[in-house]
Design a protein. Structure first.
Length: 316
């Protein structure tokens, strides 16, 4: 939260306003046009391939195989289903990536993310036990979120220096800003299910208390009811009880993998690949350990990771 508030104060200063309002969080503070990393999907694929070429030969071969086998359905077109995901084709034992790219930085992040899932599937391809070809969701997302951070180290394939710093900054701000919202959703779900007889007014009060703690310095004057019911936008609260903290657990693993790569890129990548190859054959703490990460959520683990992200942001 201290870093979130620092980022919000920086944004407020750049916008030259006294108070941040909700819509101020969704604009570029310097009024720059959106980043345009590519014009055609083929260009996105070729530049992403170069990122993996620079990152790791084995991963690069895995991505090229997907392209060669036409396992990348990435372009947006009329009538296509929305969203983006990676799906295992179980009989062929190959991964497939589906998304709707339209030329945004978010498309690049999505492809790196889904490629991380695909690398996970490729790493367990030869596992005989079907159940072991998958891993706990908390670790599946370590595979994908790590690839966002590791791949972002080579975004020069898409941008000039000034733009690449902007893209990295936006991504890291998103990583940091995610944790407080994850805390709100998780704590709110726990409150709901431990207070089964609560009233609407009590539910509203409980949520607002969490927003006061984790919402940061954003002024909702005139839109208090919108703030009080902003949890409606999180599908997990309605459909997947107690499912959202998993993303926070995974993001801590991904940040550790990224931190490890800063210290020793080769070892961090080898640990990452070895942990993916374990699939679901080990319990979650052992999967984290294999990746060179701690499976713990205390201040001693979290603080240096957020400090690293904050330090990197200052460089950008």
């Amino acid at each position: 939260m201290p870093v979130v508030r620092e980022l919000q104060a920086e944004r407020r200063k750049k916008l030259k306003i006294d108070k941040l309002q909700p819509w101020d969080l969704a604009v570029d503070p310097l009024n720059r046009p959106p980043l345009k990393p590519f014009a055609e999907v083929g260009e996105m694929v070729s530049r992403t391939q170069k990122i993996f070429d620079s990152l790791d030969d084995e991963l690069a071969r895995g991505f090229k195989q997907m392209d060669d086998l036409k396992l990348l359905d990435l372009d947006n077109r009329k009538g296509k289903a929305p969203g983006g995901y990676q799906q295992n084709l179980s009989e062929a034992r190959v991964p497939f990536i589906f998304m709707n790219a339209i030329g945004l930085q978010r498309d690049v992040e999505t492809l790196l993310h889904e490629a991380g899932h695909a690398f996970h599937a490729q790493a367990t391809r030869d596992e005989d036990l079907y159940a072991y070809r998958g891993a706990p969701i908390e670790f599946c997302e370590v595979a994908s979120m790590s690839m966002e951070l590791l791949g972002n180290e080579f975004l020069e394939e898409f941008y000039l220096t000034t733009e690449v710093n902007r893209a990295r900054k936006t991504h890291l701000e998103g990583v940091i800003g995610f944790f407080p919202w994850m805390a709100v959703v998780d704590a709110f779900q726990h409150w709901i299910y431990t207070h089964p007889g609560h009233t609407r007014a009590e539910r509203k009060a409980a949520y607002l208390q969490l927003m006061d703690r984790f919402g940061g310095d954003v002024d909702f004057s005139g839109f208090e009811e919108v703030r009080a019911h902003s949890w409606h936008r999180q599908l997990h609260i309605f459909q997947y009880p107690f499912y959202y903290v998993e993303y926070g657990i995974a993001q801590l693993g991904a940040l550790q993998a990224w931190a490890n790569s800063k210290a020793n890129k080769s070892k961090a990548l080898n640990d990452y690949k070895k942990s993916l190859a374990l699939g679901g054959s080990r319990p979650l703490p052992e999967l984290f350990a294999a990746a060179g990460c701690k499976f713990q959520f205390d201040a001693a683990t979290i603080k240096p990771l957020i400090q690293l992200a904050g330090t990197e942001l200052k460089k950008l």
